[in-house]
Design a protein around this ligand. Structure first.
Ligand code: TRP
Length: 333
C-alpha cells in the first residue's frame, strides 16, 4: 500500500460549473492532482436525481457538461479518476447496509439537509431518497477509503455523519476496514453572486459560468452590484460588499494594483466603469483559454474518459464492497 492521500470530491450534475466552483474547488483539484495524491472525482448523478427525479434528462445532459468543465479547466484524466456514480453499483449496495446504522431522526436533524429542504419544492412530503442521500454520500466516501474530502462548509455535517457511520460499522461488525475521513475546508470564502446578495448559484441566476461567451460575460460584469451611494465618479465609494472588488480580489493576479484601486475608490475619483472594465478584461483573459479548450472537446472523448474512469472506480468500490460483506458476515460461497 502506498501512503498517498486518497482524495475524493464530487459534484451534482445539475448545471454547468461557475466561477464559484472555480475558486472554491476546481482550482484546488488541479493543484491536488499535481501533488502526488490519488484523486477521484465523482459525478453524483444518483444524488442529483434525489431532488431532480422528475427531470432525468437534465441530469444526464449535465453529466457530460460538468465533465467538459473539468477537462477545460485543466483536470487531467490521466491523473484523476473521473467517474459516474450510477455506473458503480457497489455504492448502492453499501448504501443499503449503512442505512441500518443511521436513525431517521438523525437524518432529519442534518443541518445541510434541513437547509436544502427549505429551498426545495417537496411541498410537505420529503422523499425517502432525498432524506437518505447523506447515507449514500457516506458510501461514496468510504468505498474509496478517501482520507481527504475537500469541501465547502455546507458539506461538513455530511462528513461528520460519514465518520459516525464508519465508527458504528467498525464497532458493530468488529472490524477496522472502514476509515474515517478528514474534511479539508477550502480556504477561499464562498464567492458572492453578481447581485451581491447571496452566494453565486445557478438557481439564483447570479453566477458567471465557465462557459459563458464573451458578450454574456461582459454584460454580467457590467451589471454587477457596486456601491449604490457611489453616484458620481468623484464620490467616495465603498469597497466592502462591492462585488467588483470581491471578484478582483478573487481573480486579479496583481494584488498591489487592486489595493491601489481600492484606495482611490474609497477617496473618490474612480468610476465604476473603470473597475468593471478591468474586471471584464481580467475574467476574459482567464476564461478565454478555458472556453477555447472546451470548444475542442468532443462528446466521444468525454464518454471515453467517463467509461475508463468508471471501470477503474468499479474495481476499487467492489473490493470495499467485498470487505463490507465479509465484515457483516453475509458471504455465501
Ligand atoms: N453533496 C455534494 C454536493 O452537493 C456532492 C457529492 C456527492 C460529494 N458525493 C460526494 C462530495 C462525495 C464529496 C464527496 O456538492
Amino acid at each position: 500500500m502506498s501512503n498517498k492521500n486518497i482524495v475524493l470530491t464530487g459534484d451534482r450534475p445539475t448545471g454547468c460549473l461557475h466561477l464559484g466552483h472555480y475558486v472554491g474547488s476546481l482550482k484546488s483539484r488541479v493543484e491536488l492532482q499535481n501533488s502526488n495524491n490519488d484523486c477521484y472525482i465523482m459525478i453524483a448523478d444518483i444524488q442529483a436525481l434525489s431532488d431532480n427525479f422528475d427531470n432525468p434528462e437534465k441530469v444526464k445532459l449535465n453529466v457530460v457538461e460538468v465533465c467538459k468543465d473539468y477537462i477545460s479547466v485543466g483536470i487531467d484524466p490521466e491523473k484523476c479518476t473521473i467517474f459516474i456514480q450510477s455506473l458503480i453499483p457497489a455504492l448502492t449496495e453499501i448504501t443499503m447496509y449503512y442505512m441500518n446504522l443511521v436513525s431517521v431522526s438523525r437524518l432529519e436533524r442534518n443541518p445541510t439537509v434541513k437547509a436544502e429542504l427549505q429551498q426545495k419544492k417537496f411541498a410537505d412530503s420529503v422523499t425517502a431518497g432525498f432524506l437518505c442521500y447523506p447515507v449514500s454520500q457516506a458510501a461514496d466516501i468510504t468505498a474509496f477509503k478517501a482520507t481527504t474530502v475537500p469541501v465547502g462548509e455546507d458539506q461538513l455535517p455530511l462528513i461528520e455523519l460519514t465518520n459516525e457511520i464508519v465508527r458504528r460499522f467498525n464497532r458493530i461488525y468488529h472490524t477496522d476496514i472502514l476509515k474515517e475521513t478528514d474534511a479539508r475546508l477550502s480556504n477561499v470564502q464562498r464567492l458572492v453572486g453578481i447581485d451581491g446578495k447571496a452566494k453565486a448559484s445557478k438557481s439564483l441566476n447570479n453566477a458567471i459560468f465557465m462557459n459563458d461567451d464573451k458578450e454574456t460575460l461582459k454584460n454580467k460584469v457590467y451589471s454587477m452590484y457596486t456601491d449604490p451611494k457611489h453616484l458620481k465618479v468623484s464620490d467616495p465609494g465603498q469597497v466592502e460588499g462591492n462585488v467588483v472588488f470581491t471578484y478582483l480580489d478573487a481573480f486579479h493576479n496583481n494584488k498591489e494594483e487592486v489595493e491601489d484601486l481600492k484606495n482611490k475608490y474609497r477617496k473618490g475619483g474612480l468610476g465604476d466603469t473603470t473597475i468593471k472594465s478591468l474586471l471584464n478584461q481580467t475574467l476574459q483573459d482567464m476564461l478565454a483559454p478555458i472556453r477555447e479548450k472546451r470548444a475542442e472537446i468532443s462528446h466521444e472523448y468525454i464518454m471515453d474518459i467517463l467509461q475508463t474512469g468508471s471501470k477503474k472506480a468499479n474495481i476499487i468500490a467492489n473490493e470495499t464492497l467485498q470487505q463490507v460483506r465479509d465484515a457483516i458476515g453475509i458471504v455465501y460461497y
